[in-house]
Design a protein around this ligand. Structure first.
Ligand code: GDP
Length: 230
């Protein structure tokens, strides 16, 4: 189990952010890094409900987490996408945990890393009793990749709640963004009708209050515990 060393100033920034920011604008403001794990045997004991963020490498997941937390470097914006296979846990000040899952689908990643992702993330989704919901971050220009659909299939099988952020929406015209939203809603409706979808932009800070409502809704009802061992 690895604990990231944080500079005192970063910690101070975190404390200030948590104190002064409101939920609608910064729904993850209370997030404080707790632990990183590389192996499912190292997962912390299940406790308060967890909302996990997943997404293809480079989709904009770290940026979305940082935007929702009102922090610049809470989740690390990737330098070498697809290489970091860690699950990062952040405590949400008594309101459960934010869980940052490793990215997937980056070209050129060795087979071993891909297998590790399947095992780590697949296992977490199938078996984690405290997992309440998963936010799937997709680049609005390339939504519903094969691995996004694999992830959605795991979520459906495990009966997890899911919400999709179509991020980088600033890269599309208003019209194209709305058309993408409608198309993803329709396509997702065929495979996982319970999942909800919205447009999001970290750059333009768009879709934040909608994401805050989604997070509140996802956190409100914990999923039933998975079947394994029951
Ligand atoms: P991750 O690998 O999914 O965590 O993706 P990152 O958050 O590291 O983002 C990947 C790249 O996309 C970075 O260069 C970000 O600056 C950029 N990016 C992330 N979110 C947005 C967004 O909303 N709009 C735009 N234009 N770029 C973004």
């Amino acid at each position: 189990m690895k604990t990231r060393i944080r500079k005192p100033r970063e910690k101070e920034d975190d404390r200030k952010a948590a104190k002064t920011r409101n939920f609608t604008e910064f729904p993850l403001a209370k997030a404080v890094f707790t632990v990183s794990v590389h192996d499912s045997r190292e997962l912390p004991r299940p406790g308060a409900p967890e909302i996990a963020f997943a997404g293809r490498s480079n989709a904009g997941k770290s940026s979305a987490i940082n935007t929702l937390a009102g922090r610049r470097r809470l989740a690390f914006v990737s330098k070498t996408p697809g290489r970091t296979q860690l699950i990062n846990f952040f405590a949400l000040g008594g309101d459960g945990f934010l869980v940052d899952l490793p990215g997937y689908g980056y070209a050129g990643v060795p087979g071993e890393v891909r297998r590790h992702w399947r095992e780590l993330v697949g296992g977490y989704i199938a078996e984690r009793p405290s997992l309440a919901a998963v936010v799937i971050v997709m680049d609005a220009r390339h939504p519903l990749t094969d691995l996004d659909l694999t992830l959605i299939e795991w979520l459906r099988e495990a009966g997890r709640k899911a919400h999709v952020l179509l991020t980088k929406s600033d890269k599309l015209s208003k019209q194209a963004a709305q058309a993408t939203l409608a198309r993803v809603r329709r396509d997702l409706g065929k495979v996982y009708p319970e999942a909800t979808v919205q447009l999001f932009s970290s750059l333009k800070r768009e879709g934040i209050s909608e994401a805050a409502s989604a997070l509140a809704r996802l956190a409100a009802g914990k999923n039933k515990a998975p079947a394994k061992g029951e």
